[in-house]
Design a protein around this ligand. Structure first.
Ligand SMILES: *Cc1c(COP(=O)(O)O)cnc(C)c1O
Length: 369
């Protein structure tokens, strides 16, 4: 992001910190006194909290959302040459994780309205090498999991969910992350449930995946310097787990506030630009509030002139990224993703954003069109 100080930023974490300050500092102090910084009681308690929040049996904390994806894919046995069907309109992490063990991302175009992978276009991309479908619940809107699960069942594929942007989101009464073989979350500070550093977690009902991830995250070892696998150093630390446990108690209320802000934006902006709206049967958690307009650049510039931040998530779909040039995609291959990349703009969104500011931002946008 350019180094400009906006009067209204995309995200402001200070107020949430002030409201939890005493509890957080007390907890960090206790950990410091205990001397237990890695894989201690806070991680264990947080994993139990997260499993029960998602209605699944297991959760294993790891060092980041990217690692959650990598370890989950490794745990289901992804091998060199295996294909993973995923969306090109997202952050690069999932596609990177697919390649770590030699897997190949196969990009399928998105739905115009949800920005999520279009299930209708999945089957034509399935080959004998396809092993996994990896949907991303982008911006906090759950992907069409019934359709995706149905295709996976018919073709004997594994579903791994990227829930980095969808903590607390629901699909027909189920939490995102609880519908696939495994759900992968990030606690990067800006996520709906954010730590004060990096962190991630894998949720699953599958005991084998859980056991494997717990070994992998700790150098393939259950302890005693005996290593069953070549693993990683990928652990959630006690400080982060303690902060996350405190924040978890408030996450539903934070997400409710995001929905209130989204409703207000939509009621004020509807007509002028295309607004996101929760798909019936799903609970959107508005990690981002992302509008769409052919006049995106003009809107962005006008907001900047009024000291309001806005960000283009994402300007280049993954199939056209230099990093994936070797996959051989060309412009025009995935037209909905390419069109979205040209028109989207995410507006300031965080639970503490005052409604007065939402009104101001909406007025600036409406007036400039
Ligand atoms: C943030 C993010 C990730 C990666 O999480 P990290 O904790 O930063 O590694 C993966 N997928 C999506 C969609 C994300 O937004």
């Amino acid at each position: 992001m350019p180094n400009i100080k906006f009067k209204i930023p995309m995200l402001d974490l200070k107020e949430q910190y002030y409201s939890l300050k005493e509890e957080i500092e007390k907890s960090l102090h206790e950990i410091s006194e205990s001397g237990l910084f890695i894989l201690g009681p806070n991680v264990e308690a947080f994993e139990k909290d997260i499993a029960s929040y998602h209605g699944v049996r297991y959760a294993a904390g790891v060092a980041s959302g990217t690692d959650a994806l990598n370890l989950a894919l490794r745990a289901i046995g992804l091998k060199k040459g295996d294909e993973v069907i995923t969306t090109p309109f997202t952050f690069i992490a999932a596609a990177e994780a697919i390649t770590y063990d030699g897997g190949v991302p196969v990009f399928v175009d998105i739905e115009k309205d949800t920005f999520n992978i279009d299930p209708v276009k999945i089957e034509e991309k399935i080959t004998p090498r396809t092993k996994v479908i990896l949907p991303v619940h982008l911006f906090g809107q759950p992907a069409d999991m019934d359709a995706i699960t149905d295709i996976a069942k018919r073709h004997n594929l594994i579903v791994i969910e990227d829930c980095a942007q969808s903590f607390g989101a629901g699909y027909k009464g189920k939490a995102t992350g609880s519908m696939g073989k495994a759900g992968c979350f990030s606690f990067y500070p800006s996520k709906n449930l954010g730590a004060y550093g990096d962190g991630g977690i894998i949720v699953t009902d599958d005991e084998k995946i859980y056991d494997f991830v717990k070994l992998l995250r700790n150098h393939g070892s259950a302890g005693g310097y005996r290593h069953k696998y070549i693993g990683y150093n990928s652990r959630l630390d006690e400080f982060q787990a303690a902060i996350l446990r405190i924040k978890l108690k408030h996450i539903d209320s934070y997400n409710q506030k995001r929905r209130g802000i989204a409703e207000l934006y939509s009621s004020l902006l509807g007509g002028a630009v295309k607004c996101p709206s929760g798909i019936p049967g799903t609970t959107h958690v508005y990690h981002q509030y992302t509008i769409r307009s052919p006049k995106r650049e003009h809107i962005k510039k006008t907001l900047e002139d009024n000291s309001v931040a806005s960000v283009v998530y994402y300007p280049v779909p993954l199939h056209l990224q230099e990093a994936f040039a070797h996959l051989g995609y060309r412009e025009g291959d995935l037209p909905q993703s390419e069109a979205a990349a040209k028109e989207v703009l995410s507006l300031p969104m965080y639970p503490e954003l005052e409604h007065e500011k939402v009104r101001f931002i909406s007025e600036v946008i409406s007036k400039c069109l």
